[in-house]
Design a protein. Structure first.
Length: 115
């Protein structure tokens, strides 16, 4: 069974940085466009960023454009999200998943931006 495991979250001050990782099991990771999503308390899960299977195309939510960078290493079955200039409104649980043909959601990784 293919699984997704997010890691790298934590508590950071406003203006700080974090790098999230998404490790996928199975042999099909490199065939799919992948994305990062987040869910803040009391809100619905929302799209953050996506990357095509070959990393040629990336897309970002307006709220994170210019601050977050998505990347992937297909040889390691891993995707990353570099988050800079973090704001309190970035506080959420962050999840990764396929953009099409969603898998079961992982446990996510908590990001808290607070002074």
């Amino acid at each position: 069974q293919v699984q997704l495991v997010e890691s790298g979250g934590g508590l950071v001050q406003p203006g700080g940085s974090l790098r999230l990782s998404c490790a996928a099991s199975g042999r099909t990771f490199s065939s799919y466009a992948m994305g990062w999503f987040r869910q803040a308390p009391g809100k619905e899960r929302e799209f953050v960023a996506s990357i095509s299977s070959t990393s040629i195309t990336t897309s970002y939510a307006n709220s994170v454009k210019g601050r977050f960078t998505i990347s992937r290493d297909n040889a390691k079955n891993t995707m990353y999200l570099q988050m800079n200039s973090l704001k309190p409104e970035d506080t959420a649980v962050y999840y990764c998943n396929r953009m099409v043909g969603r898998m079961s959601w992982g446990q996510g990784t908590q990001v808290t931006v607070s002074s």
